[in-house]
Write a protein that binds this ligand. Structure first.
Ligand code: CA
Length: 116
């Protein structure tokens, strides 16, 4: 009986992890389809790190998106935010090819106006 419970727990863990991975891939595809970042930018190369830190943990941009339904409208809804608080809005960063969830990655120059 105990072995059965262990197997069920392992299956449940795998399902939870793979569901999260599939959700992340869906977000990534939607992001790339929506913004089409230029190939040689940090943003295009970041892949999972657009929304995640090195591991599965979400960065500040990922957390803002994760609170919303998985739709392109949700991407638009967080464009005016400055998720990583580096002074540039998420959209300014996306257009510049930098990471909206990483304050160390930001466009050259100064923000157009102070971000919220
Ligand atoms: Ca920012």
């Amino acid at each position: 009986m105990r072995r059965f419970q262990t197997v069920i727990a392992i299956i449940a863990a795998v399902l939870i992890i793979s569901t999260a991975a599939i959700a992340s891939i869906a977000w990534q595809k939607m992001f790339m389809d929506t913004y089409k970042p230029k190939a040689d930018t940090a943003l295009a190369k970041a892949k999972c790190q657009i929304c995640h830190t090195k591991g599965a943990e979400l960065n500040l941009y990922g957390k803002a998106l994760n609170a919303k339904p998985k739709t392109a409208a949700s991407l638009k809804a967080v464009e005016k935010l400055d998720s990583d608080k580096d002074g540039f809005t998420n959209l300014e960063e996306i257009k510049a090819g930098t990471l909206p969830g990483d304050p160390k990655s930001k466009p050259a120059g100064k923000p157009a106006k102070p971000a919220k």
